[in-house]
Design a protein around this ligand. Structure first.
Ligand code: B3K
Ligand code: ZN
Length: 897
């Protein structure tokens, strides 16, 4: 079958009727009528003519209709032969359909053999089997396996796989697939083969194959029951010295999962292959993880402290999937958060245990506030368990992943650590080896704890960010404080009215010395919220809670640890915020108080700009910041976070519409005013924290680098020659990528005359280290100056750029749209036109990555009317493109709805 253009996306063309786009609904789920008991795959690898021989052992389910044909998915496959039990089928016995094949009147139980030809070399979608940089690699989640062979490509069809790979021995000395290698040997004509068997049943999305000539790092791990597991990391030639951190991270993750959750690895071998051309971060294929190089390679010279932490986190994430995702998988893709929310939660806890709980919590909430709140308030808003999709790949979202993780975190808050663990134990006992639903997970939590989660389930079905408005009233005679709480949730596409959520609100009350007082909740009446420990359970649209024995000078600290993914509205006075910023024992809320201070001041300045007034700086921030800076008890990493002004994307989500020019001007003004007021302190802290000499990577050194970087970034706003020289010196003397890239970014984003020369020298030095070049691209793309648009235009033709490589696209185009608000939102619309041109150039090459870029237009309605028109025009234009991918179509059309 030459199925070629798989989605006849006429719907994406202007004149085409929208109803031709297939929408998938959660409510349409039907079990697959057949069991696939065994899968045998044989690959004869060749760039344009890889032959895949597949034998499926099939059994019709007893309750299935025997009239029903056997339907298999298949995209871009050329069918060479098809047989049942060795008998070749004639054309009346099967039918090629759009994106698949039907076998008519199949027997009850049989072996189906198909032979197809595919072309990995021309597969630029990086989905299915593809050849890039001389190596074969697969990506099957969500629906890539159908580009490899005809198969029921859905996660609830689980089977055991045996895979034979045959290829040229010299070019592809390593032939890898899932499970254990049971056979290998040489063949005629310089070829060789390997056979792999995976004893665990798995869905097709966890299938993987890699073939190439790699460098290999090996090690081993002894599990809690004393089994030795061989660990292997495969990387491009010459990169071996950059994989040690990944290997150590893997061992830490394996140990951590045993210690914290009692979960042990189950195969004798665990392999990781790092590839440079990859659509996302990594993929948890059973026993054979495939990683983006960005999340494996790390050395002092080439990777920043953040990169090191990210590598550890992603290695952990994929490893943790072995239980939460692979052993227990999803029934259908609407249940994606079942594995992703849970696994993100697990990787967050892992990182917190390796680093610092408060700092990690702040980092995670920043993602929620800047990205997830935006998604929840935009055209793509969906519950963590979506009800429908056009292209599943568009639903690997910050909602499914990160909000999903927040929902999991709330179970732990409600049930306690032990209770959460009990629930998980029930989940694994009941469902090991199965493909299940979010509902199954909730039930396991309920049954493990005898806890009613009926209302809590709404977090799975309702989209949007709930808003919680709290007011307090102090009764001096009774020495009681009463909080009245109201919750609401704005309408989202397809969901007008929302029922109240079960929202756990962690609370603290600080006395005038900043110490937490003991909470004494009073149960007064019907409308009172239940309180357990320091958790207030808000379950109705409106409820109140009263605490007894409270001194008048109390300062409440509400939503500690960000105990629920909501927007809190509480009318703190400036004085209270400053007090919390100085004293709150909850790291998250201490940071949050500072962020709210910053936000208020920035929006106050915006109002001044709106009114045409001269900007007046609110001095209250100066002392608060100075005290924080000088607090010797505080961790440098925390200080650095607390001193960082909320980003533009976070600020945007705090108001209903935005004058972007004013917002940026006000934000810059605050930074510069603070730098002027605190110049000497900042300089002092820069000097004491910036370290020259031997490189260390302990917690303290990392924190010092972070704080030094933040201080320097404030100082740079002063535009002083001696500060430029400091940055240049840091860059020249750097013996690590954290210091080097921080300095480079500050220089390139400044008005320093020779900044382009500095940038060029950096590029020349690092041009052969792809991951560093990607950092360089991102730094160039995020320079807020007006010339950036011309520069990023010519960078498209620069040797460092390659449209087919997702990392490059994300570094140049993604960074520009996501982290350069001043230039992306240029009033003349050039930023928008630039983005639209790249989407048009990319959608046929790589639908997934171009859809990701399209999302940058999602918040267009928030901007002034001139910019709205400019963005809308680009979206309309994109929708007129011939044979637009359904990925981009879904994002662009929903944005315009
Ligand atoms: N499960 C993969 C993501 C697959 C994305 C498909 N578009 C990586 C992860 O979440 O661990
Ligand atoms: Zn995942």
């Amino acid at each position: 079958m030459s199925d070629s253009s798989s989605h006849q996306d006429s719907a994406s063309q202007e004149q085409a009727p929208q109803q031709e786009v297939q929408i998938h609904y959660r409510s349409d789920y039907r079990p697959y009528p057949y069991d696939i008991e065994r899968v045998h795959l044989a690959f004869d690898l060749a760039p344009n003519a890889t032959v895949v021989d597949t034998t499926l052992t099939i059994q019709r389910k007893t309750d299935a209709d025997d009239e029903e044909p056997l339907r298999l998915d298949g995209v871009d496959l050329e069918l060479m032969s098809i047989a049942i039990d060795g008998r070749v089928l004639d054309e009346s016995e099967y039918r090629l359909i759009e994106d698949g094949l039907e076998v008519l009147n199949p027997p009850q139980s049989f072996e189906l053999s198909t032979k197809v030809k595919i072309s990995p070399d021309t597969n630029t979608s990086l989905e299915g089997l593809y050849l890039s940089s001389g190596k074969y690699c697969t990506q099957c989640e969500a629906e890539g396996f159908r580009k490899i062979t005809f198969y029921p490509d859905r996660p609830d069809v689980m089977s055991t796989f045996t895979v034979r790979i045959e290829a040229d021995a010299k070019e592809f000395p390593h032939l890898l697939s899932n499970g254990n290698r049971i056979e290998h040997g040489d063949l005629e004509g310089g070829k060789h083969f390997a056979v792999w068997e995976d004893p665990f049943k798995k869905p097709s999305y966890l299938f993987a194959l890699c073939a190439g000539d790699y460098d290999l790092l090996t090690s081993s791990f002894s599990t809690m029951t004393g089994r030795e597991v061989r660990l292997e990391i495969y990387v491009d030639k010459g990169k071996l010295d950059q994989c040690h951190h990944a290997m150590e991270s893997l061992k830490k993750a394996m140990k951590w999962d045993e210690e914290v959750f009692g979960l042990e690895y189950d195969l004798d071998i665990y392999m990781i292959v790092a590839v440079g051309d990859f659509n996302m971060g990594a993929m948890e294929n059973k026993g054979l993880n495939i990683f983006n190089t960005k999340y494996v390679l790390a050395s002092q010279d080439t990777a920043t402290d953040t990169d090191f932490i990210d590598v550890e986190a992603v290695i952990g994430h994929e490893y943790f999937h072995n239980w939460t995702g692979n052993r227990v998988t999803c029934r259908d893709w609407f249940q994606l958060s079942l594995k992703e929310g849970l696994t993100v939660f697990r990787d967050q806890e892992f990182t917190a245990d390796q680093t610092d709980h408060g700092v990690k919590r702040i980092e995670d909430v920043k993602v929620i506030r800047s990205h997830q709140f935006a998604e929840d308030a935009g055209p793509m808003a969906h519950p963590i368990r979506p009800d429908s999709y056009i292209e599943m790949n568009n639903f690997y979202t910050v909602t499914v992943y990160n909000k999903g993780a927040e929902i999991i975190r709330m179970y732990q808050t409600l049930l306690g650590r032990d209770g959460f663990k009990r629930g998980l134990d029930v989940y694994f006992e009941r469902h090991d080896g199965e493909a299940v639903t979010c509902e199954d997970f909730v039930r396991a939590m309920e049954d493990g704890n005898s806890y009613d989660l009926k209302q809590f389930r709404r977090w799975y079905s309702q989209a949007g960010t709930p808003e919680v408005e709290i007011k307090s009233q102090y009764d001096g005679d009774k020495r009681q404080i009463t909080f009245t709480m109201k919750q609401s949730c704005p309408p989202t596409p397809g969901q007008e009215d929302k029922a109240p959520f079960h929202i756990p609100i962690k609370i603290g009350l600080l006395d005038d010395l900043g110490n937490d007082i003991t909470l004494k909740p009073l149960a007064l009446g019907e409308t009172d919220a239940r309180v357990e420990g320091d958790i207030v359970h808000l379950t109705q649209a409106e409820q109140s809670v009263t605490f007894d024995d409270v001194p008048e000078t109390i300062t409440p600290s509400i939503l500690r640890e960000f105990s629920a993914p909501v927007k809190l509205k509480y009318d703190y006075s400036l004085k209270e915020l400053i007090f919390l910023f100085a004293h709150d024992s909850d790291a998250f809320n201490r940071w949050q108080a500072g962020q709210e201070l910053f936000s208020r001041i920035i929006f106050g300045l915006c109002a001044q700009l709106e009114a045409g007034e001269a900007l007046v700086f609110d001095e209250s921030l100066v002392n608060a910041t100075k005290n924080l800076l000088d607090d010797n008890e505080l961790d440098g990493q925390f200080k650095s976070l607390a001193l960082t002004i909320p980003g533009v994307s976070t600020l945007i989500e705090q108001v209903s519409s935005i004058n972007i020019d004013h917002l940026i001007e006000a934000r810059n003004f605050v930074k510069r005013q603070l730098a002027e007021a605190l110049e000497l302190d900042l300089l002092l802290h820069y000097q004491t924290n910036h370290h020259v000499g031997d490189f260390e990577q302990d917690k303290e050194s990392v924190a010092k680098r972070a704080l030094a970087g933040t201080c320097l970034s404030y100082l740079m706003t002063l535009e002083k020659e001696d500060v430029y020289q400091l940055a240049l010196k840091q860059l020249d003397n750097a013996n690590n990528m954290t210091d080097a890239s921080t300095a480079l970014q500050l220089i390139v984003h400044s008005h320093y005359d020779d900044k382009l020369k500095v940038a060029e020298e950096f590029y020349q030095k690092w041009q052969n280290e792809e991951l560093v070049v990607n950092k360089w691209l991102a730094i160039m793309a995020t320079d807020p100056s007006d010339e950036t648009i011309d520069r990023i235009e010519s960078l498209l033709d620069h040797p460092s750029f390659e449209l087919k490589n997702p990392n490059k696209v994300r570094s140049l185009i993604g960074a520009f749209t996501g982290a350069n608000p001043a230039q992306f939102h240029r009033g003349d619309g050039r930023g928008y036109r630039y983005l639209a041109r790249q989407i048009k150039a990319l959608y046929a090459v790589n639908p997934q990555v171009s859809a990701l870029l399209t999302g940058a237009f999602n918040r267009w309605r928030k901007f002034d009317s001139a910019r709205q028109v400019l963005m809308r025009e680009q979206l309309e234009d994109i929708l007129k493109m011939p044979e637009l991918s359904k990925d981009v179509y879904e994002i662009a059309s929903k944005a315009l709805k």
